[in-house]
Design a binder for this molecule. Structure first.
Ligand SMILES: Nc1ncnc2c1ncn2[C@@H]1O[C@H](COP(=O)(O)OP(=O)(O)OP(=O)(O)O)[C@@H](O)[C@H]1O
Length: 305
């Protein structure tokens, strides 16, 4: 049985339909990214997966347990790791005490290895922790009992690039160990680096379920070039150019075509500057997110749908 099975999962808060008949499956050993802008409904799904929130309709099954079945979930949670979006640690206790308490309930077989990797200042009280260190402590807590399934809500929010790279490497190693990992994010670059598959949620609806290779093909690069108007005309006529925005003495676009074709065209012109970068999620998925793209989910509210 797949570690996560979600079937027509729906949550209606009354004012907002936060999850609208969402269905997907996460396979054994998969690293699955749940991607969407702020307010899309990611946390709502995650909280229903863990039985922290009751669905209005539909079902979620984790490690064979129906998430609405409290008794089954108590047992399943022994083999699940969870990192919530908001970490509710007691500010007065030390990191060491947090981990000791968690270990006494769920186990701590991997604790010392995890402390070697993430090294938060465990002898200090939580109130002295930076937000990045708190999150690292949360990651350790999620993995320390060697769970079969780990569910994380925005695990890298607030991490500096170095810590983020450590986290990415760690998750990649978890893949080799066979741990199933489900995590939410609104940052394409992080799911791009570590996920096998991605579900994209917008306004409570799952709008796409893709494997990473397909996603990368769609994503392309953001290209910014300073050159002449004539060159811009030729370059933007290439296959794979979209979302073109011209500015004084230059142009910016998304490129999903052949790199050689772009380089050959650039070589023919007087190019003063070229910048290739990873586009933000909102640009890559403009066809999913529509034309009101700001990184926030501005759905219209409704009542009792
Ligand atoms: N308890 C609640 N009561 C009413 N509406 C809620 C409640 N919790 C969340 N919502 C609304 O449901 C929608 C989805 O919220 P959710 O927190 O699931 O999104 P998210 O994708 O996790 O966002 P973020 O990335 O900002 O954490 C939002 O419009 C939010 O305002």
């Amino acid at each position: 049985m797949p570690p996560i099975e979600v079937d027509d999962l729906t949550k209606d808060y009354g004012s907002v339909l936060a999850n609208d008949a969402i269905s997907f499956t996460v396979e054994n050993g998969e690293i699955f990214g749940y991607l969407g802008p702020n307010g899309a409904g990611k946390s709502t799904t995650i909280r229903m997966l863990l039985g922290l929130l009751q669905p209005t309709a539909g079902t979620a099954t984790v490690l064979g347990a129906d998430s609405a079945d409290e008794a089954a979930m108590i047992e399943a949670k022994q083999r699940i790791g969870y990192l919530p979006a908001t970490l509710g640690f007691d500010e007065e206790v030390t990191g060491e005490e947090v981990l000791a308490y968690h270990g006494s309930i769920k186990g701590d077989t991997r604790l010392s290895d995890l402390l070697d990797i993430f090294s938060p200042p465990i002898d200090r009280p939580i109130r002295e922790y930076s937000s990045g260190n708190k999150r690292m402590l949360g990651v350790i807590q999620a993995f320390m009992h060697d769970p079969d399934l780990v569910i994380m809500d925005e695990p890298t929010a607030g991490l500096d690039p170095l810590k983020q790279a450590e986290f990415n490497e760690f998750v990649n190693e978890e893949r080799a160990k066979g741990t199933t990992v489900f995590f939410s994010s609104h940052v394409l670059s992080e799911v791009r680096q570590i996920c096998d598959r991605v579900g994209i949620i917008r306004s409570g609806k799952l709008v796409e379920l893709e494997d990473m290779k397909t996603l990368l093909g769609q994503g392309g690069k953001r290209v910014r070039i300073h050159t002449t108007d004539k060159a811009i005309e030729r370059i933007t006529a290439l296959d794979g150019v979209r979302e073109v925005n011209q500015f004084p003495a230059g142009v910016q676009f998304l490129y999903t075509g052949e790199y050689n074709a772009l380089l050959r065209e650039l070589a023919k012109h007087d190019v003063r500057d070229v910048d290739l970068s990873e586009p933000p999620l909102e640009e890559v998925f403009i066809h999913y997110y529509g034309d009101t793209v700001t990184g926030e989910d501005h759905r219209e509210t409704h009542s009792n749908v």
